[in-house]
Design a protein around this ligand. Structure first.
Ligand code: NDP
Length: 333
């Protein structure tokens, strides 16, 4: 069976050379464990942080060791009472075709409720991030203008639709016309800006938000945040989910300077982590699957076929190749 390991730590933008494909013996489950065959593997922006040797909320990966990933897989062998061969499960496993895991650390996925891959997207970590980040931190109310950056990605596409469901007017930013068309034509965004096609982001943002911005769900940071900042209304909320535009930077930007805007607007800027909501995942999943069932929430998955292409799928996140959740299909069920 094969695994991807961290070959070296990247400087700046990661490349294929940072990853190593190795063949290893298939592991055997011990007591309380199961052997899982990967069907889908997730690649996520936060993994860039784990390639770095620096203190953060997620531990750095060791060079020469297999890397972790969210996986949906099928139980092949079980040494645990709670799971049996054939069960579909999800959890934090490895960039690997097979992995052994403690049964207690896996969540069962019901294949009758929809595509099992969604447990890594809209009905998994990214969807839950959007749910709590939008509803708990950005707190949209009817009539608000809400801006979502990275709006055509896994988290952003769900976050924007949740703002719409809260009665807000929603404006998204994304990196191609295909993406902005998807936002406005299918997801119900009121406006969308292709940030790669405008020389005047501040002007485009002001035009899309004539009544200012009441909440900003930020996945991206950098110039898009600069364009939103002057538009923050009184008591605006800024939910800082991620800053992908900075993840490959070799020099860190200096601190935020335009804090006078916060005095004027009395706005609140708050970062959050999906991990802080661990005890409430069930509540989010129930609401999200309810919205999908009622056709209120659309989602897309960008599936790269073949385990050998996992690094390319990961690198594609920084090129904006994905619409919706980026996944690697490793095996058929
Ligand atoms: P996405 O599906 O949004 O994929 C990443 C997207 O980022 C790309 O498709 C690309 O879209 C955009 N992007 C890449 N580079 C840049 C750039 N330089 N400037 C602007 N946009 C860029 O990923 P996720 O939905 O999984 O994650 C979105 C964000 O949420 C990330 O910042 C991630 O770290 C964060 N996150 C935070 C969590 C938390 O607990 N706080 C949990 C999960 C994710 P485009 O074509 O629009 O450029």
């Amino acid at each position: 069976t094969r695994q991807w390991r961290l070959a070296s730590r990247p400087t700046g933008t990661p490349t294929a050379e940072n990853f190593d494909l190795v063949t290893v013996e298939r592991p055997e489950p011990g007591p309380g464990e199961v052997l899982v065959r990967t069907l889908y593997q997730s690649v996520d922006p936060y993994m860039r942080g784990r390639m770095r040797d620096a203190e953060s909320y997620a531990e750095p990966w060791d060079v020469g060791e297999p890397m972790q990933a969210g996986v949906v897989g099928e139980v092949l062998e079980s040494e645990a009472d709670s799971l049996e061969a054939g069960d579909v499960v999800t959890g934090n496993l490895l960039w690997a075709e097979h992995a052994v895991a403690d049964a207690d650390e896996l969540r069962r996925v019901n294949p009758d409720l929809g595509p099992v891959s969604s447990a890594l997207g809209v009905l998994g970590m990214p969807g839950i991030t959007a749910y709590f980040g939008m509803l708990d931190v950005a707190e949209p109310t009817p009539g608000d203008t809400v801006v979502v950056s990275g709006a055509a990605g896994a988290v952003g596409s769900v976050a924007g639709q949740l703002a719409r469901l809260s009665g807000a007017r929603v404006v998204g930013t994304a990196g191609s016309d295909e993406k902005t068309d998807w936002l406005t034509d299918e997801l119900g965004f009121d406006a969308a800006i292709n940030y790669t096609e405008t020389d005047d982001l501040a002007g485009a943002m002001a035009e899309a938000c004539p009544d200012g911005v009441d909440a900003y769900f930020d996945n991206v940071g950098g110039p898009i945040t600069d364009a939103v900042w002057p538009l923050l209304n009184v008591r605006a909320r800024v939910a800082v989910c991620g800053q992908i535009s900075q993840y490959n930077a070799t020099e860190q930007p200096t601190g935020p300077r335009k804090l006078g805007k916060l005095v004027e607007s009395r706005a609140r800027v708050e970062g959050f982590l999906v991990g802080d909501y661990q005890g409430r995942w069930g509540e989010a999943l129930e609401r999200l699957s309810g919205f999908i069932h009622e056709d209120e929430l659309q989602y897309r998955e960008h599936v790269v076929d073949g385990f050998e292409n996992a690094p390319d799928a990961f690198l594609g996140l920084f090129e904006g190749e994905n619409i919706g959740k980026q996944l690697v299909k490793v095996a058929e069920r």
